[in-house]
Ligand binder design. Structure first.
Ligand SMILES: NC(=O)c1ccc[n+]([C@@H]2O[C@H](COP(=O)([O-])OP(=O)(O)OC[C@H]3O[C@@H](n4cnc5c(N)ncnc54)[C@H](OP(=O)(O)O)[C@@H]3O)[C@@H](O)[C@H]2O)c1
Length: 249
């Protein structure tokens, strides 16, 4: 059975991706820090979904997760979903700790797990895939998004450079850049728990994307023949032309 490793699997896009891949016949190892949520997901999905508590900003935690994956048959795909935004302050007054946390998670955390799993993925029958869930924030910067956009630009560059460097190797590198996706926790965390401000992000927007829409992009990209690399998918709700051009009722 093909095995995928999904980071950020305890909520939102990562959790939806686990469900979509299991439904498509993959066996999935779900990674995140919150064990209760991972255990509930694994209980629900049965044998096709195991999990491992893993903090991708921590060297030992990530090494242990990768060693366990290698010991239990390796993997064919890594889906980098763990990530997030913190704050929406102007560059002039932004909180250095917010920027540092986003860089540690979105850039260095993603790099850490990717580096460790890459050799394992390349040994998979037919070759492996590293898939990044970056963001349109990595394509178009916006006011207040300095720190998040910088980290997502970096993540997209990592994907692109890795793609170039791995030419000729048995691995596909895929970047999926979503626009507005309404997930339960993303904006809540961005605004440090301010539920009203988080809800206002989606105010009046007819049909923002849902986590399942991104999971379907992941499923489809992985489902292409091993020699077909879907380099990049940019996906937004119909109502969003750019971060600053959103239709609201
Ligand atoms: N929602 C959007 O509008 C949107 C748009 C474009 C791109 N994205 C990107 O899509 C990805 C998923 O976003 P989402 O909306 O699904 O948000 P989410 O529900 O907040 O998911 C973030 C996930 O990352 C995990 N995580 C956080 N810190 C971690 C760490 N140190 N180690 C391992 N896992 C960690 C969280 O689990 P634990 O807390 O349990 O560790 C959680 O499962 C992010 O990279 C985000 O930037 C989101």
């Amino acid at each position: 059975m093909r095995r995928a490793v999904v980071t950020g699997a305890s909520s939102g896009i990562g959790e939806a991706t686990v469900r979509a891949l299991v439904a498509d016949g993959w066996s999935v190892t779900a990674l995140a820090r919150r064990e209760d949520r991972l255990a509930a997901l694994s209980d629900e999905l049965g044998d096709a979904c195991d999990y491992r508590v893993c903090d991708i900003t921590d060297e030992d935690s990530t090494s242990a997760a990768v060693a366990a994956i290698e010991k239990t048959g390796g993997a064919k795909a890594l889906i980098n979903c763990a990530g997030g935004a913190l704050g929406k302050d102007p560059v002039a007054t932004a909180d250095l700790d917010d920027w540092r946390s986003m860089y540690e998670l979105n850039v260095l955390g993603t790099l850490r797990i990717t580096q460790k799993l890459l050799p394992v993925l390349k040994r998979a029958a037919g070759g492996g895939t590293v898939l990044f869930i970056s963001s349109t924030a990595g394509i178009e910067p916006y006011e207040g998004g300095g720190g998040y956009c910088a980290s997502k630009f970096a993540e997209r560059v990592m994907a692109r450079v890795l793609r170039l460097e791995q030419i000729g190797e048995p691995v596909r590198i895929v970047d999926i850049s979503p626009g507005m996706v309404r997930t339960e926790e993303f904006s809540l965390k961005r605004f440090h728990g301010d539920a009203e401000r988080a809800a206002s992000v989606y105010d009046g927007v007819p049909d923002p994307l849902e986590a399942e829409d991104i999971a379907e992009c992941v499923r489809w990209a992985l489902d292409q023949p091993d020699t077909v690399d879907v380099d990049s998918i940019v996906v937004r709700p119909r109502a969003e032309g750019s971060y600053t051009k959103v239709f609201r009722r």
